[in-house]
Structures are given as C-alpha cells and as structure tokens.
Design a protein around this ligand. Structure first.
Ligand code: IVH
Length: 732
C-alpha cells in the first residue's frame, strides 16, 4: 500500500515537472534567431528611433530591420520587447518616409503586408513537390507495426525519430526565391493548389524575406499549417457575437476559411499564425561555403526545423523532440497528449518522422503516403448523447436561437447539456430529430457543437423538429428577412428583448456597470423595479434595499457604479445601445464622427457608408435605430438623467493650416486610411462635411470615386484635389 502511494507521488511529480518544462519552453528562454548582442544592438536602435521625432530617408533600412526584429519577437517568439503603441510609432515613422519617398518602397517592407485591393480570383498553380497526406495511427500497436516495417526496410535496429505536434489548421506551401517570399498556395488536390500569396502575406509570423542564401539555398519550398490560436479564435468569436453573427465552429474552420477570402484586410483581422514543419524542395546557390553551412542543417529533419527557426520562421523548434526507438516515441506521445488543453493552439495528434533525411529518401513512399512519417491521432473529444428537446431563446435584437437540450455528457473535462444551434437551417442541415442520438464535439476551450445526428440508430419514435412561428415569450409572429437564416421577434417591447438589451447595456465592454450583472437585471425586471434602459438610472434604492442580499454596502456599490457609468466615453454608450450590426469597432468609428450622439439622427445611409468599414447593411440598421421615435425619446431621457452624450475629445477645436476650410473625401485613398486623412483635417483645424454642397471647399478624390465627384464638378467653387495634393496642403 505504502509503495503504491509512493509511486503515485513520484509519477505525479514527474508529470508536473515535464509539464512545466514543455510549457516553459513556450515562454521566453528559448534561443532566438537573433544573438544576445544583436538583440542588444537592435534594442538600442529601437530606443533611438523612439526618441527622435523626424527620421530621414537614410534610416529606412535600419527602421525596417528594427520593425522585422520586433515582429519576430511578437509573432514568432511570443515575447515582445516593446509595447504595441511603440511598435505603431515605429511603423508610422516608416510609413511617413515611404510616403515622402515612394520610390524606396519594396514588396518586403513591413508596411506592404496588407494590400489595398481585393483578390479577384485565385490562380491554380502546381506544387514543386506534391503535398502528400500521412498515414494515420491510433494506438501503440499501430506505431509498433509501422516502426517494424521501417526497420526492416532500412535494416537498422533502432531508428531515430523526430516527433512534433500535428497542428490542426489548414495546410499551406510557400516558395522563397533569392530570399524573397514569392508564392503561397493552398494544398488543393495535393498536386495543384491555389495561389493565395496576398492572403499569406497577412500572416505576421511568415517572413516576407529570409536569408536562405546565407545557407546556400536559392529556391525553397516549405510546408506548414496556418492556424488560429485559441486566443485569436475566442477573440474573433467575441467580435462576431458583438455583431450578433454566428460564431466560427472551431479554430480549424477559422483558419481554412480565411485562406480563400477576397479581402486581405479581413484575413488580417483573424490574427492567423503559421507553423512551418517541412522543407520539401530546395536548390543550391553558387556559394560553396554557404552551401556547406546549410548542409549541416539539411541532413536531418530536426536540423531543417532549426534552420527554419534560425531564419525567423515559427517552426516547431520548441515543440520537437528527437528520440531513438519506438518505445520512446510511445512514451512521448502519451505525455504530450496530456498537455493538449494547455497549449495555446489546437493539435489533433502528433507526427512522427524519420529524422535522417537520407533514410527518408531510402524508405520512399507507398502510392499514398510517405513511409518515413506517420500521424498519431489523439482521441477525438467527441461523445454521443440523446437530443431531448429544443428550446428557443430570444436575443436582444429579437433573434430566435434554437438551443439543443441533450442528456448531459462529459466532454474534455466539462459536462455539456445545452448546445446552441444558431438557426433553423442548422437543424435542417444536420437532419436533427427529437430523440436522435447525436455526435457532440468540443475542442479545447471552444464551445461544444453537434457534429451530426446518427440517423442509422433511429427507432421510429423520433419526432420532427417544428420551428415556432411565434415568439416563445411574447407570442408575436416571427419574421425572417430575405437572405437571412435567423427568425426574429419584431416586437421591440418583447420582454425577452428588453431584458437582453439591458444586460448588454451594463456589460463589461459597454457601460461596464460593475455589480449589476445579468442576475440582478432579471430579478429587478421580474419584480417590476426596472422596465427599460433609462430605468437603470431611476432605480428605487429604497425598494432594492428591502430585497434579500442587498445590504448597505452592496447598494452603495451599485449606486456608485451606476453613477460612474454616466461618464463613460461615447463609443461605449453607442455599443451599449445594442444597435444591430454595430460592434465595438463601428461604435468607435461613429463616436469619432459626432459631437453629440443625437447628431446621428441626421445621417443618411449614404453618409454613413462613407465612414470606415460601414457597409449598406450596417448603415441601414443605424438609420433605422436613430429614426425610430421611441429610441429618440429613450436617448433624450438618458441625457436628462445625466448620461453623457457628447464626445469631449472631438469638441476641441484645432487651429492650423486648414482652419476655415471644409473637406470631403470620396473613393479609396492609397497612402492614408480614410480615418487617418479625416483626423489630419481636424488636427489642422479643417472641418469635414457629410455631402457635396456649395459649403464644401475641397473634395479629395481617391480611386474609383463615385457620384460625389460628378456632383462636385458641377459646383465651380469646389476645388477637386487628389491624395498627393491633399498631403501637400496638410504639410503646408
Ligand atoms: S508533415 C509528407 N508535419 O497533417 C509529409 N504534417 O495528413 C507532409 N500536419 O496534410 C506533412 N501538422 O496538413 C506534417 N507537424 C506536421 C503536421 C502536418 C499538421 C497536417 C498536414 C498534412 C496532414 C497529414
């Protein structure tokens, strides 16, 4: 007995220390591609750049080197040495030099990742070496079997293996020629893929250039996986939720769905990362000395990962392990599986590769798979359960969300009993019937979802799902807009919506009224102490103090939190109003535009569409909100109750080169973002107008200018200028 306990402790301790070791590796101490001396020197250069105001064009290369260094620290090492604001400052300094000297811009400059144009179509291109898939193994026996065959073919007693995570993302292939990234492709059918270079350039951990020539490599094809980290995935889903859009099902879909997007800017928003794990092809340069240097790395798979790491790629250098013999492989994959949920990204198994590249060559491949590598798949975090019923929840915009109630099951450490189904189409697509056996999956800390129903297990007693035609709370007839998947209750007085709106209003990213959570809102609503958003500022504290659980202290806290919220910045108030499609970013754009919230009542759909990132759908929803009389009354009441509706930051009047002049922009600018140009106008004392009129002094015309341009041409007091002319006006 005593011995068993002792063993348990030892095993426990081993597991813990191993865990620490691997997780520590993800932290800082890992060897960087920059030496300590280089790092010191680059830090000094950074400080110098940050301390200086203006930078001459001569420093352009140093500035780029410094920016690349910090990108590497941030995106590859995950260990930044400067703040985001400092990075932005350096980035802006480079942009300013490039603005003044467009002839110095190169495609590898850190400023050149995000292009301004949309992808039209993706050309089909051939991979240099076909992209193979791997044979799978699921248990110890499969691995032993695979190793035996490899040993027999190789005639070796113990093979050296390199083990690395099997990254669960979307596979890509990159080509670098003469140190420059020239092509990025999807896997496609393995022989041909699609050229997605513009989107690949948005992935900040992929260097736009890398010094392969120092290692005697002229052309190289590299394989890897584009991933969305768990953090980026959750952040992106929170953003979607803010816009009342259905979340991505899992991080893999998030990554693969992004590769073929039309708009590279959208791709940039997903915060993608890339792991590069294989060099599939390379040609030598004429520099014999460099080739010899490279060869030292390129003899083994593990060496090639080190080389990639040295060149600034996020290769699995930290994660890889080299062992001899299959027994050690089996031990390692078991230990690594236990860490799965602690990793910052999703893995679905491990890949075991013969380390010696000459031996890889000798082993060759079957018709489908290389014999020198195998995937070991971790147990799927799936379970089956019974679909008991479907409930329908009413959201703050009236959206009806079906929620599957299943027999509770254990999945990756949590009990799952409710699963959101988002909309009616999902019920149809997955062919769900009440009573069905359903396959449920949950990856990492991602929300669980129903993969499918197992129709073959039906008994005949299952019942069809009948989607409601009226609101489950207020019985108003449901309505679905053309082209939408979501049914809505259109009664804005529907109690469910009213409550959800208040919950959103007080939430952390909106008015952030601490100690006024969901539970209190529901309780106060049910008791008749609160009926709408203005009611928050009219609470009868006397009545509240009579409720159980509301002592003096908690009432004071609540009162203070509510009082403080009156002065929240305007963007938080706008977000808190829960206008459909208006997330935190749009709320900021809107708040920057107006002096007083009610100014938005005067905006038309066309005017709103001129603002950054606001399309016709969002603009329509904003106009709809502000032209609704009840909303107008609510806003006036809020203001009377002391809620601040002005944008103080904007109210400051600047004096400068543009004082007394009115500006308007049309079309796409190339050097500045629209919002930056508008900010410049205001900083220099100018004013922005919403439309073309005789009050307008300057119309700044970018690419693809539309009707404003035509209209302005007819008024001869308006000066029509391009972006460069605008910039020289500003600088005058
Ligand atoms: S090696 C010829 N290593 O898993 C071998 N693949 O079916 C090329 N994957 O298509 C692949 N992590 O998309 C390799 N560390 C890793 C991997 C990995 C994920 C993907 C890859 C491949 C699939 C295997």
């Amino acid at each position: 007995m005593a011995i068993t306990v002792y063993e348990l402790i030892i095993t426990g301790a081993n597991v813990v220390s191993y865990r620490m070791e691997i997780l520590d590796n993800f932290m800082t101490q890992f060897e960087c591609m920059y030496t300590a001396d280089q790092t010191k020197q680059l830090q000094e250069m950074t400080r110098n750049f940050l301390n200086k105001k203006d930078h001459s064009a001569e420093v352009i290369n140093d500035l780029r080197t410094v920016l690349r260094f910090h990108e590497h620290r941030y995106y590859v090492m995950d260990d930044p040495l400067i703040s985001d604001a400092e990075y932005d400052k350096l980035f802006k300094a480079l942009e300013a030099i490039e603005l003044a000297h467009p002839e110095l811009i190169t495609s590898q400059s850190p400023t050149q990742r995000v292009g301004s144009s949309l992808n039209q179509s993706f050309n089909t291109v051939q991979h240099i070496v076909p992209m193979l898939s791997l044979a799978n193994s699921y248990n110890e026996d499969d691995l032993v079997d695979w190793d035996r065959k490899a040993r027999e073919a190789a005639g070796i007693a113990d093979i050296e293996y390199c083990i690395e995570p099997k990254f669960d993302g979307a596979s890509i292939s990159l080509i670098y020629e003469n140190d420059v990234l020239t092509r990025g492709t999807t896997r496609g059918n393995g022989v041909e893929g699609e050229d997605i270079t513009t989107n690949i350039r948005q992935v900040r951990s992929i260097p736009l250039s890398a010094a392969f020539s120092d290692f005697g490599v002229q052309q190289v094809e590299i394989r890897g996986e584009v991933m969305m980290s768990k953090k980026a995935f959750n952040r992106y889903n929170e953003m979607l939720a803010g816009l009342n859009l259905a979340p991505l099902a899992n991080a893999r879909n998030g990554a693969s769905g992004s590769l073929r997007m039309k708009d590279p800017k959208e791709v940039a928003k997903r915060g993608l990362e890339a792991f590069l794990y294989n060099i599939s092809y390379h040609t030598p340069t004429n520099d014999k000395e460099a080739v010899r240097k490279g060869q030292a790395f390129l003899d083994t798979h593990s060496g090639s990962l080190t080389l990639l790491w040295q060149l600034g790629f996020r290769s699995p250098e930290k994660e890889k392990v080299v062992v001899k013999g299959i027994k050690a492989v089996i031990d390692h994959v078991g230990e690594f599986e236990a860490l799965r949920d602690d990793l910052p990204y999703e893995v679905d198994g491990m890949v075991i590769k013969v380390n010696d590249l000459e031996l890889q060559e000798k082993l060759g491949m079957t018709t489908h798979h290389p014999r020198w590598a195998i995937a070991f798949k971790f147990k799927a975090r799936q379970a089956t359960s019974k679909l008991r019923s479907i409930e329908y929840q009413v959201g703050r915009t009236g959206s009806i969300t079906p929620v599957a109630k299943i027999e509770p099951v254990q999945l990756a450490g949590v009990t799952v009993g409710s699963i959101s189904l988002f909309n009616e189409d999902i019920i149809k697509d997955k062919d769900l019937m009440i009573g069905d056996t359903v396959l449920v999956e949950r990856a990492g800390d991602v929300i669980p979802y129903i993969v499918k129903s197992l129709a073959e297990l039906r008994t005949g007693k299952e019942q069809r799902v009948i989607f409601p035609t009226s609101c489950p709370v207020c019985a108003t007839r449901l309505f679905k807009e053309e082209g939408e998947a979501v049914w809505r209750c259109v009664n804005i007085e529907c109690p469910a919506q009213v409550v959800e709106k208040m919950i959103h209003f007080v939430s952390k990213n909106a008015m952030d009224i601490k100690s006024f959570g969901e539970a209190n809102i529901r309780k106060f609503y049910e008791l008749g102490l609160l009926k709408d958003i203005p009611g928050i500022y009219k609470l009868d504290y006397g009545a509240v103090s009579k409720l159980e659980g509301f002592g003096k202290k908690s009432i004071t806290n609540l009162q203070e939190a509510i009082e403080t919220s009156k002065n929240q910045p305007l963007n938080r108030l706008i977000f808190g109003l829960g206008i459909r499609f208006v997330g935190e970013t749009t709320a900021k754009v809107l708040s920057n535009k107006v002096h007083h919230l009610l100014d938005l009542q005067n905006y038309t759909v066309e005017q709103l569409q001129q603002l950054e990132d606001i399309g016709v759908k969002v603009a329509g929803s904003i106009v709809h909100f502000f032209q609704n009389q009840q909303n107008g009354l609510m806003l006036r009441e809020l203001e009377a109750l002391g809620v601040k509706m002005t944008n103080e930051k904007r109210a400051v009047v600047h004096e400068g080169a543009l004082t007394g002049k009115n500006f308007l922009f049309t079309g796409t600018l190339n050097k500045l973002k629209r919002s930056e140009a508008e900010e410049l106008v205001e900083q220099k004392g100018g004013k922005l107008l919403g439309s073309v009129s005789s009050k307008l002094n300057y119309l700044v015309v970018g690419d693809d200018a539309g009707s404003k341009f035509e209209k302005a041409k007819k008024i001869n007091t308006i000066r029509i200028i391009n972006e460069d002319e605008f910039l020289s006006l500003v600088q005058a």
